[in-house]
Design a protein around this ligand. Structure first.
Ligand SMILES: *Cc1c(COP(=O)(O)O)cnc(C)c1O
Length: 361
């Protein structure tokens, strides 16, 4: 029996144990092939099957409409910060970005290096405790797209619903909440997510893009930066990250086995509520996010002093609750409780918090 701690890491993050066990069991030889997946040509039938099955599983699980392409790319979510404007900005066109946290700022900075980008909303002055309200947005109906960050991994906030953007394609970085609940794809032009938080292993970025937007990719773009070329080549223009796609396929199969996205959404809401209730009923702990804009994936909070936070982290680690330290840019505590994070681990953290408060408060 493998010893496993409760891993609250923000990413790379906990994976479902059955996924790890299946990958381990089949590592040296994929059933029926006599070879490891790591050793096979990406043009071989078994590898093409792995990629096709991952895509089919994703389409089934999330109900992705037929007029959207599913792409498996490399370069992390971070490459999408520049690929989005490189592909979606029209000649003399502009993009709108809404800035709600660290990754949103990085996305803005890279996009600004590519073309003309407006800041159509920001909650930086509010210390990123929430996302903007609709009436705070300054959207331009002539923009080529609007970029949002669906879940702000570092601050622990999330959009409760998508902003209204009219006919302008909505682009979302869902790296830390993709498949945490059902998604209405028709509200989006493009969604991207690095896999290592809620979807699988590092090395693959999932992109879901509406067909008509593929026509915007300029012919002058280098091949590896063009959505249109990746789409035409079914994500195999060059050697794709086969093993990471395989793990993503296993995670998707596991999600379907758990009852699908509706069920996951309900469970994630319940897990997060356990922690937020603990924060709301305490004078000792202080949640960062405004209640209406709380993330169900990353729960961020403070203790009365940095010294107590350090002590909290060392004692929780000793108790087998690991990786609770907040991001270096904001400090405090962050509990990341993605799809694969088990409810008993959340209950254990709540129990630990109560004990710690009793001893220190
Ligand atoms: C982690 C994260 C990123 C960066 O992902 P990489 O795959 O490391 O490039 C971008 N956006 C969000 C919302 C994230 O949580």
């Amino acid at each position: 029996m493998t010893e496993r701690v409760y891993n609250f890491a923000a990413g790379p993050a906990v994976l479902p144990l059955p996924v790890l066990e299946e990958a381990q069991r089949d590592l040296a030889s994929m059933p029926g092939t006599g070879m490891s997946l790591l050793e096979m040509s990406h043009r071989s039938k078994p590898v093409i099957n792995v990629i096709d099955e991952a895509e089919a599983g994703i389409r089934r699980l999330a109900g992705i409409p037929d007029n959207y392409k599913v792409l498996f790319l490399q370069g992390g979510a971070s490459l999408q910060f520049s690929m989005v404007p490189m592909n979606l900005l029209t000649e003399d066109g502009q993009g709108d970005h809404i800035v709600t946290g660290n990754f949103a700022k990085l996305a803005l900075q890279d996009a600004q290096k590519v073309g003309r980008i407006r800041v159509a909303g920001s909650t930086e002055e509010q210390d990123f405790v929430r996302v903007p309200y609709q009436d705070e947005l300054d959207l331009d109906p002539d923009s080529d797209y609007v970029h949002i960050t669906g879940n702000n991994t570092i601050y622990g906030t999330a959009w409760p619903t998508e902003p209204e953007v009219g006919d302008v394609p909505l682009v979302a970085d869902l790296s830390s909440n993709m498949f945490s609940k059902p998604i209405d794809f028709t509200k989006y032009g493009l969604i991207y997510a690095g896999a290592q938080k809620n979807l699988g292993a590092a090395g693959v970025t999932l992109v879901v893009i509406r067909d008509d937007l593929l026509l915007r990719s300029p012919e002058t773009l280098p091949a590896m930066l063009s959505y249109n070329i990746h789409a035409k080549a079914s994500s195999a223009h060059n050697t794709p990250p086969v093993f990471a796609i395989y793990v993503l396929g296993l995670v998707v199969k596991w999600l379907a086995g758990q009852g699908g996205l509706q069920q996951m959404g309900q469970r994630n809401e319940e897990k997060a509520r356990l922690l937020y209730d603990a924060l709301d009923t305490s004078e000792f702990y202080r949640g960062h996010a405004e209640p209406g804009h709380r993330s169900q994936m990353n729960v961020t909070f403070r203790l009365p002093s940095p010294e107590l936070e350090t002590q909290f982290i060392s004692e929780s680690t000793a108790a087998g609750l690991v990786e609770l330290k907040g991001h270096r840019s904001v400090g405090g505590i962050r509990a990341s409780i993605y799809n694969a994070f088990p409810r008993p681990g959340v209950e254990a953290l709540v129990g630990f918090m109560k004990e710690f408060e009793r001893a220190q408060g």
